[in-house]
Design a protein around this ligand. Structure first.
Ligand SMILES: [Zn+2]
Length: 372
């Protein structure tokens, strides 16, 4: 006899195809959110809503306390002009955003459908969310809102994201800045000698790239974008860049921030205005109960292994789990399918691994809810 997921394989692929075709950059996830909410209502879910941050919430099995929050994010790193053509090469499907995180959104939809059709009555409460703002400058908006709205009612968090070969049990915090320089400008020849905003910003970046972070803290930095100036014979009046520090350690992140401020102070001079604005902040891990964390992580690894045969490796990443972990709530992030190329135009997944991935998600949920 075919199991639920085998019977729903076509439905899963239909959802995947439909969602891949809807652009969903951070801060513009409305269309995807509406599509998912409508699909859940068609499946028979009764307590589906869209919260203040635009995330879809399904509370059919939510309880007063100790809920497991199960989530996957709606947004992608690609802006709305990106080519969303889905290319099928046998079981390998290629499309921007397909593995990060569209396919995991589909798995959550299917998981809810399975619970509805099986008439699930779990011993423990579970809350499902398809959330906004996980990527880049979304700044974990959706997850922050969920943790605020459901404060005191979430016992642990499972976020399905990326691929099945890694389980993220630790988080990487980050701080992101827009640094800008501006000055009077002028003619490249007649006004030669006046400060140049691009040159000023490059000086800052060169000094920042000499930074040696505290060893053993996995602290990194990157300048991600840079813009400025207007023409070849004009002294640049403005320049700006996006800068990021990441770290596993909150103290190391604070030290990196202090270093940035010191470099800016040192580089301030007459005729150049420097500005530094924080555009994103992802918290580092707080005090999380080690035994509860271990139990959740082990169940996650076992469920993936039982259904897919893959032994996922433990790793650290920057995900929605940063928010609950910073609040001391156990949280793991794992993927469900085979795939690669996240955040690139070459993103792909192996759809033949999707049903086993859905079974792994159900298996994990059964372990955490004691039953379904
Ligand atoms: Zn993701």
């Amino acid at each position: 006899m075919k199991d639920f997921f085998e019977q729903n394989a076509q439905e899963a692929l239909r959802c995947l195809e439909a969602l891949c075709a809807i652009p969903s950059p951070s801060h513009a996830e409305e269309v995807r959110a509406r599509w998912c909410a409508q699909t859940l209502r068609q499946y028979g879910a009764r307590q589906v809503s869209i919260d203040g941050a635009g995330s879809v919430v399904c509370a059919d099995w939510a309880r007063e306390r100790n809920n497991v929050l199960v989530m996957a994010h709606l947004d992608t790193v690609f802006d709305s002009g990106t080519d969303l053509t889905l290319r099928k090469d046998g079981g390998i499907w290629r499309c921007t955003g397909i593995g990060d995180d569209t396919v995991n959104v589909v798995a959550v939809l299917l998981l809810i459908k399975a619970m509805l059709e099986k008439g699930a009555r779990p011993e423990r409460g579970v809350l499902f969310a398809l959330n906004t703002g996980e990527e880049g400058l979304g700044n974990l908006k959706g997850c922050r809102q969920l943790m605020r709205d459901w404060a005191g009612r979430v016992g642990e968090v499972i976020s399905f994201d990326l691929y099945r070969d890694e389980v993220y049990t630790d988080c990487i915090g980050s701080k992101r800045y827009r640094i800008s320089a501006s000055c009077e400008g002028g003619h490249s020849f007649h006004d030669f000698g006046r400060p140049n905003a691009i040159a000023a910003l490059c000086g800052i970046l060169t000094e920042l790239y000499e930074y040696r972070p505290e060893p053993g803290t996995d602290t990194t930095y990157n300048v991600g974008t840079m813009r400025g100036g207007s023409s070849v014979n004009v002294i640049a009046r403005d320049a700006q860049c996006l800068w990021e520090f990441r770290s596993r350690d909150g103290g190391a992140l604070a030290a990196a921030d202090a270093h940035l401020q010191a470099v800016l102070d040192r580089r301030r001079r007459e005729g150049v205005t420097l500005r530094c604005e924080v555009v994103g902040e992802r918290p580092c891990r707080g005090e999380v109960d080690a035994a509860r964390m271990q139990s959740l992580a082990a169940d996650c690894e076992e469920a993936i292994f039982e259904e897919t045969g893959v032994r996922a490796k433990r790793a650290a990443a920057s995900t929605d789990c940063n928010v609950p972990l910073s609040l001391g709530i156990p949280a793991v992030c794992c993927g469900l399918v085979r795939g690669g190329g996240a955040h690139t135009l070459g993103e792909w997944i192996d759809v033949d691994t999707l049903m086993d991935g859905c079974r792994a998600a159900e298996n994990l949920l059964k372990r955490r809810l004691k039953s379904i």
